[in-house]
Design a protein around this ligand. Structure first.
Ligand code: ADE
Ligand code: ZN
Length: 338
């Protein structure tokens, strides 16, 4: 087991599902609240951390949006993003494709430019410091209207060259992918790819809907595909990446315990599954913690770890040549560690 844990740490990994606002550690919430004179309803960081107990996705989102309220200027977004890059650099993460939620900030009067330029400067400094490459993905909030998403897209257009894809997140129940068909079509017409959260709390049919109506090239979470064996076969055949987040799924009560998670079953079925952190401080772990949790609770074998590492680069938006380089590096680590 120890040697597999070493291998998990040493393998080069890409993170394909993390929300920058969800990397806000409670200590940073308090630091930024003080900086901006924001009154919080918790006495200190440890009291806030104790409140990270959720019944479902919505109970988490309520606290997540409240926490994000302390992000006010570009320096805050820079600091948030760089802290995430610093943290994952210790875990063998070499490429990241984070999400951010522009509407959460513009609705509070923060200018789009402050958000995007702060995030970009954090990513650039992280890349210079650690050699971690990145792609950036703004997400539409699905609890808001399609018109609201279109307005956000208008404000994002000046920064379009910095994005690889558009995403869709927030409350899945009652907000199916089809609600955003038109705006996704407009964004895709500008050359961006599409991804969407689907099949986290929503049914397997919402995964099909995201593929058909939004033309997503990657499904975020997607774990409820297991309820539709035909869909699992199709996802495996087409190598559609599923960016699963095991610790998140347990904390949000999608599964009672990690040993119930379908990650191993999906890997064995040939689906291009990855393991990611989603919102690390809220769910008790960064990317490597997710890997190690699955290793222990699902009794993963060496071949599963290698496949997870390969899938993380295969499913990324890196050019094919760079993916090949990472596959070779993974083979070298496989041969030397464990
Ligand atoms: N925003 C941040 N984390 C999310 C999740 N797990 N599902 C949907 N929206 C989110
Ligand atoms: Zn997510």
């Amino acid at each position: 087991m120890k040697s597999l844990e070493r291998l998990a740490g040493a393998l080069p990994k890409a993170e394909l599902h993390v929300h920058l606002e969800g990397t806000l550690e409670p200590e940073m919430v308090f630091f930024l609240a003080k900086k901006h004179g924001v009154k919080l309803r918790f006495p200190n960081a440890s009291a806030l951390r104790k409140a990270y107990q959720f019944q479902d996705l919505q109970s988490f989102l309520d606290l997540y949006y409240e926490g994000a309220g302390v992000l006010r200027d570009r320096e805050d977004f820079h600091q948030l993003t760089l802290a995430y890059m610093d943290r994952v650099s210790r875990d063998g993460v070499w490429h990241v494709e984070p999400f951010f939620d522009p509407q959460t900030h513009t609705a509070r009067g923060v200018a789009m430019r402050e958000v995007v330029e702060g995030v970009l400067s954090g990513l650039r400094e992280g890349e210079k410091k650690h050699g971690i490459t990145w792609r950036l993905i703004p997400c539409f909030l699905r609890h808001l209207s399609e018109e609201d998403a279109r307005q956000a897209w208008q404000e994002l257009i000046p920064f379009r060259e910095h994005f690889s894809a558009i995403g869709l997140d927030s409350s899945e129940k009652g907000n199916p992918p089809s609600k955003f068909s038109k705006v996704f079509e407009e964004v895709r017409a500008s050359g961006l790819l599409a991804v969407a959260h689907a099949g986290e709390e929503g049914p397997a049919s919402s995964i099909r809907e995201a593929l058909e109506k939004l033309k997503v090239v990657r499904v975020d979470h997607g774990v409820r595909c297991v309820e539709d064996p035909e869909l699992v076969l199709e996802l495996a055949k087409k190598r559609v990446p599923l960016t699963t987040c095991p610790l998140s799924n347990v904390r949000l009560c999608v599964y009672k315990k990690l040993s119930d998670h379908p990650l191993k079953k999906l890997l064995d079925a040939g689906v291009s599954v990855t393991a990611n952190s989603d919102d690390p401080p809220y769910f008790g772990g960064y990317l490597l913690d997710n890997w190690l949790g699955c290793l222990r609770e699902l009794a993963l074998e060496k071949k599963h770890l290698i496949q997870l590492a390969r899938n993380s680069f295969e499913g990324s938006f890196l050019p094919e040549k760079e993916k090949e380089t990472w596959f070779e590096k993974i083979e070298r680590v496989e041969a030397t560690v464990a």
